[in-house]
Design a protein around this ligand. Structure first.
Ligand SMILES: Cc1cc2nc3c(=O)[nH]c(=O)nc-3n(C[C@H](O)[C@H](O)[C@H](O)COP(=O)(O)OP(=O)(O)OC[C@H]3O[C@@H](n4cnc5c(N)ncnc54)[C@H](O)[C@@H]3O)c2cc1C
Length: 348
């Protein structure tokens, strides 16, 4: 496949070859073939790199204790080095004084001074809402204005009276059968609908079953499903009611999992608006600097900002790679090293 098609993000009908058949099934060359990558403006090269990494390293997993175990581990490490953790402390303003960052002001009015501030909200929120664009050079502000986030998702967290699914995760969707040929036009129609705020009849879903990795997450004999389906970010004007995306996700789950309705103990659903208010980022993007063609590797915003002492980290910036959480964690560690070097020199 010509390299130009990857780099241009025009990758209709592409194939990725995953991992050569390790189980030596007769006449089978590969373990996994992934059809189509880099849809909807995402970088095909980065998608391939990410999926190849997952398959080559066999590192798709679920953290014991739930997703919160990831930040908790990092916070425990920070605490052991003397960090003080403040939760529920919303930053209203990043303060600037005498050509550099001076600290932050919290929603309750408290002012905390510091030599460095690392912001992990979206870069747009950091520049426009928390600091103020007047403190940044105009070309930087223009560049940040152009940054695109990924799509968002609606979610359902479902508790079941008994296990219905044996696998670690369901990746599928509705319709269960297609009348005509399955081709990449279906995916492209789905994406244009998403970008125009129209809910599609085709609903691809992704549903990990956390209790199949970590049974301690539910009472014995019960099962938890966490399911998600792509949905428009808050900056997209919706032509369908926002509930249509949650309805689509639930329709897909009921079609894919026989016995689901009768076995639900509770089902919490999350709209994009709810997720956005929860993560505190303006558009509700799943990855706030999306891994699109001009926003990967060295083309991502760097940790240093033009405001001395102000850094960005997490999924909004830094040259890290990987999927969502992996990208954000690596970015945080890279940024931490950089701040330590800047503040204390190479000896620390
Ligand atoms: C619906 C959805 C599904 C996803 N699914 C997956 C998945 O399956 N796998 C995967 O790897 N990734 C997934 N992601 C992506 C992943 O969650 C993010 O990329 C990752 O959490 C980003 O980490 P972060 O530290 O950059 O930002 P966050 O985890 O969002 O952390 C930023 C923190 O900053 C806080 N904050 C924001 N503004 C302020 C403020 N003004 N003052 C104080 N605190 C503030 C927020 O409350 C938040 O705690 C998903 C994301 C979403 C939204």
């Amino acid at each position: 496949m010509p390299k130009e098609r990857y780099t241009a993000g025009k990758n209709r009908g592409d194939l990725q070859l995953g991992k050569r058949n390790r189980h030596h099934s007769p006449g089978v060359e590969w373990d996994v073939i992934v059809i189509g990558t880099g849809l909807g403006g995402s970088s095909a090269g980065e998608s391939i790199w990410n999926i190849q990494k997952i398959i080559k390293e066999d590192n798709l997993g679920y953290p014991r204790g739930g997703a919160v175990a990831i930040p908790q581990t990092i916070l425990d490490g920070a605490k052991s080095h003397g960090a003080e953790i403040r939760v529920g402390a919303e930053v209203k303003k990043i303060e600037y004084s005498k050509g550099r960052v001076a600290g932050v002001v919290l929603k309750n009015g408290e002012r905390i001074t510091s030599r460095a501030v690392i912001s992990t909200t979206s870069i747009g929120d950091t520049v426009f809402n928390l600091t103020g664009s007047e403190f940044f050079p105009r070309p930087y502000v223009e560049r940040i204005r152009e940054i695109k986030g990924s799509w968002s998702a609606v979610q359902a967290k479902i508790a079941l009276k008994k296990p219905l699914i044996k696998s670690g995760s369901i990746v599928g969707g509705i319709p269960l059968k297609f009348d005509g040929a399955i081709n990449d036009n279906l995916a492209h129609d789905f994406i244009s609908n998403l970008e125009e705020g129209i809910a599609s009849d085709m609903v691809p879903i992704y549903a990990p079953i956390p209790t199949n990795y970590d049974p301690d997450l539910a009472p014995e004999g019960c099962q938890i499903i966490t399911a998600g389906a792509a949905a428009p970010t808050l900056d997209i004007k919706l032509r369908d009611d926002s509930s249509a995306w949650i309805d689509g996700l639930m329709r897909a789950l009921y079609s894919l999992i026989p016995g689901l309705k009768e076995n639900i103990i509770f089902c919490d659903t999350w709209s994009v608006k709810k997720i956005s208010s929860w993560i505190g980022k303006m558009s509700g993007s799943a990855v706030t600097t999306g891994q699109s063609v001009k926003q990967v590797r060295g083309s991502r915003p760097e940790h240093h900002t033009p405001v001395k002492g102000l850094y960005i980290a997490g999924d909004c910036g830094g040259y890290a790679r990987g999927v969502g959480t992996e990208l954000a964690c690596q970015s945080g560690m890279d940024c931490g090293d950089m701040v330590a070097r800047d503040l204390y020199g190479d000896s620390k």
